[in-house]
Write a protein that binds this ligand. Structure first.
Ligand SMILES: Cc1cc2nc3c(=O)[nH]c(=O)nc-3n(C[C@H](O)[C@H](O)[C@H](O)COP(=O)(O)O)c2cc1C
Length: 177
């Protein structure tokens, strides 16, 4: 099967997940691997991934997704504030909202992704001005949680996720034809 893996990554977290997804697609033809804009050629399956920027995908990924037609699409991403599955589910919905209806969104998977140290320094400074601020405390907690991610378990999860997605799309193509 022809597969494209397109991803927006500023600091390398989403790129590491994309690489693991590529490993999970071993044995298939990778027709594109890199950032948007990307030519996905005749890819039957498009893995599209992004870091999270203000609660949704990066603008260039949004642009890429809006131009996709007639594909099976699997979304993935990393998020600095990924403390809960419900947050990841809401991100999946936001990413999906960019995709035209003539595509088939197969599934979405996210993991936490570490943020630069300046982010923690900024929250710490703000917390000094507003001691006990629950929102800031939660953000610091999320920062610390993300600090070790994506880790080996996340990358193994990404590989397994990719294998499952490939099987699922292959199965549906065989079923239709
Ligand atoms: C400007 C900026 C905005 C961000 N906005 C969010 C956000 O809204 N939600 C979130 O969970 N993480 C947010 N993050 C954290 C990144 O999405 C996260 O660290 C991600 O793993 C970075 O991926 P990358 O290394 O592939 O660029 C933001 C980071 C930056 C620098």
């Amino acid at each position: 099967m022809k597969i494209a893996i397109v991803f927006a990554s500023r600091t390398g977290n989403t790129a590491a997940v994309a690489q693991a997804i590529r490993e999970g697609c071993a044995g298939h033809e990778i027709v594109a691997f890199g950032p948007p804009p990307a030519d996905v050629g005749e890819a039957e399956l498009v893995f599209a991934g992004s870091w999270t920027d203000k609660g949704t995908c990066a603008p260039e990924m949004g642009e890429f997704l809006r131009a996709l037609h007639g594909r099976s699409v699997v979304l993935f991403g990393t998020a600095g504030f990924g403390l809960s599955e419900s947050y990841f589910a809401s991100l999946g919905d936001r990413f999906k909202g960019e995709i035209p209806a003539d595509n088939r969104v197969v599934d979405a998977w996210f993991c936490p992704g570490r943020m630069p140290p300046e982010v923690r320094e900024r929250y710490e400074a703000q917390l000094k001005e507003r001691p006990g601020d629950k929102r800031l405390e939660n953000m610091l907690q999320a920062y610390d949680h993300a600090l070790t991610h994506p880790d080996g378990a996340d990358l193994e999860h990404a590989r397994a996720f990719a294998r499952t997605m490939v099987e699922k799309v292959e199965g549906s193509i065989c079923f239709v034809s």
